[in-house]
Design a protein around this ligand. Sequence first.
Ligand code: NAG
Ligand code: NAG
Length: 426
Amino acid sequence: MAMAGAANGGGPNGGNKVISLRLQYFCVMAAVVVAVMVLSLAFVSPVAMGAVRQNLGSVVATARGGDAGVASGVGEVATAAAEREREREREPPVVLFNFGDSNSDTGGVAAAGGIRIMPPEGRTYFHHPTGRLSDGRVIIDFICESLNTHELNPYLKSIGSDYSNGVNFAMAGSTVSHGVSPYSLNVQVDQFVYFKHRSLELFERGLKGPVNKEGFENALYMMDIGHNDVAGVMHTPSDKWDEKFREIVGEIKDAIRILYDNGARKFWIHGTGALGCLPALVVQEKGKHDAHGCLAKYNKAAQDFNRKLSDVCDELRLHLKNTTVVFTDMFAIKYDFVANHTKYGIKWPLMVCCGNGGPPYNFKPGKFGCDDLCEPGSKVLSWDGVHFTDFGSGLAAKLATSGEYSKPKVKLASLINGGSKKSSYS
Ligand SMILES: *[C@@H]1O[C@H](CO)[C@@H](O)[C@H](O)[C@H]1NC(C)=O
Ligand SMILES: *[C@@H]1O[C@H](CO)[C@@H](O)[C@H](O)[C@H]1NC(C)=O
């Protein structure tokens, strides 16, 4: 509540005014606190949802730096673009459509809300804030890199977007559940269908759209969503959790079916992460801690949810003709980072990079900003208590794309390469 209140203090027309609400507050707010409050309350009250929307719009941060470091060498950029164009003609392009929440938002909420994000967001990789809730890349960025394609642009980003390799519909704070967040999964899917129609329409008129018919057919359809739903469910009576998870997973299934009916054939679905190991929850929520210091009930919930989601993927794999449906267990990946942290060179697995108070958590409830910012290059998993650092996302992406934690055990790249769709995945 306090956080939402702080956001309201900003007024509608902040301009360059400094407002004490910085992005990490917003992140926590968007991804957990609001979702939790809204999920547990907003089923009840549309007014509460209105307030959340307003907050999304009224959060303004100071205007330092902004879009510094745009194209430095124009010639280089042109050559790279020409090279890319030639490559594109040689083989079918990599096309991805991603649906998700803050874990894969590459600037969607910032664009939609007109939110000017401040450093140190983006400090490690892009060297300026990009709208990602991270010091650098998020998992989808590493996935794009591993497939030799440029980063996926947010659907709502009006400046400088290139959708020739697909679209990112992910929005921070999004839920699977309808109407709980402004950009719930069903809305993201509607946006995809709209995008597809408009793009194909351009080709029909003899113009060049961003993605053609083959592009849509061969594309990879990715989902990484459910964290906010599960976190919200945790604030409802526990005898209803199972049923609620079933409903949420049912909505993911509906979304996959709608995409299938619109021609999607290759699905890559991420389960939810180890929610019980998010420092913001470990510090603030009550409950038993497990052997690794994580909240047992949150982790159990995440695992229950993932089991159901994996079952749905099994079912869809059986019933949808000519499809590949891969489920990747992000819980197992992210829990391993905590449980076996020394293996990854991590000293404090539950510590936040941009926070306050130092180890073991560097997170003080109610205190925002990063008086204690970890050294660049530190092996710290959590950026702000909820979202991963560039380091953490890089580790997670490596394991996620390896297929080791997937069902079936296939490498992500194998879904893209060599036009293998018909031969190996029919
Ligand atoms: C499955 O693929 C085959 C071969 O490409 C095609 O003939 C058939 O129509 C496809 N079936 C469906 C349901 O898409
Ligand atoms: C920790 O690592 C060991 C050995 O690689 C593995 O068997 C175990 O499953 C890991 N623990 C978790 C929680 O991932």
